[in-house]
Design a protein around this ligand. Structure first.
Ligand SMILES: C[S@@+](CC[C@H](N)C(=O)[O-])C[C@H]1O[C@@H](n2cnc3c(N)ncnc32)[C@H](O)[C@@H]1O
Length: 242
């Protein structure tokens, strides 16, 4: 069995191995606190009273932020260690589960107004099952916010990579001093779009936003242009249409 076909909890890049270090990095780091989370909150707009599912919620920073904005939020993650950290943050009453996005999800049909898949789909080769499950749990017209690594980065960083092929690559990360090797699946923008359409979603917005206006300047990367904008992630707001 390859690492790609093994159940997620048996894979060497499972987040249990570095859950606490990742959660620390995520809490205040440029890419999560000052870039991904503000952009997701912006895309969602007013969330008071909305029922939202955070798929692969990690240690629950977005669950907490959206709850503070008046939403009722459920979260799940494949990593028990991440869910333990989320429970420490959100309390025992929080709606948190250990669940795998590549398998049937433990939620009823048409339960949620919105769903989030933030920085998780790029770990998966096949998006059809996960997107079908997220579509199933959304109300008609419900929104799915997807954030993944920007598809033009691999061909720029690795000229030998075929932009049009969906291929895995092992990438090295440093999470608050702990190193981790993660398998990232590269795929083209059109492959992403085709997966969304096949699962019954329509793309409402594609966003490549700047970092939050209150980002500490010392966190910004050196740049010959505007340092608040860089190719990091791509953000999609999708609508469940069929
Ligand atoms: C980069 S972290 C992002 C966490 C959170 N969405 C955020 O933005 O703060 C990726 C998360 O996806 C989870 N994950 C990876 N594969 C998963 C799967 N198949 N099902 C559910 N969660 C998964 C990991 O355990 C980890 O918590």
């Amino acid at each position: 069995m390859t690492s790609e076909t093994r159940p997620v909890e048996q894979q060497s890049d499972h987040y249990d191995r570095f859950a606490e270090a990742y959660a620390r990095e995520n809490e205040n780091g440029l890419f999560n606190r000052w870039y991904a989370r503000p952009a997701v909150v912006d895309l969602l707009g007013e969330v008071t009273g909305r029922h939202i599912l955070d798929a692969a919620c990690g240690s629950g920073p977005l669950v907490a932020e959206l709850q503070d904005l008046g939403a009722s939020v459920a979260g799940f993650d494949a990593s028990p260690a991440m869910i333990r950290l989320a429970r420490e943050r959100l309390g025992d009453g929080a709606d948190l589960k250990v669940a795998d996005l590549t398998r049937p999800l433990p939620y009823a049909d048409v339960l949620f107004d919105d769903a989030l898949a933030v920085l998780v789909l790029h770990y998966l080769e096949d998006w059809s099952g996960p997107l079908a499950e997220l579509h199933r749990v959304l109300k008609p017209g419900g929104r799915l916010i997807v954030v993944v690594n920007h598809p033009v980065i691999p061909p720029v960083m690795y000229p030998e990579v075929d932009y049009f092929a969906t291929v895995p690559n092992q990438e090295e990360y440093d999470f608050d001093g702990v190193s981790a090797t993660l398998t990232i699946w590269y795929r083209s923008l059109s492959a992403m779009s085709e997966s969304f359409t096949a699962a019954g979603f329509r793309i409402s917005t594609i966003s490549e936003p700047p970092v939050s206006a209150d980002t500490p300047p010392e966190l910004l990367p050196p740049s010959r242009t505007d340092p608040t904008r860089f190719l990091g992630f791509i953000f999609f707001a999708l609508e469940a249409i069929s």
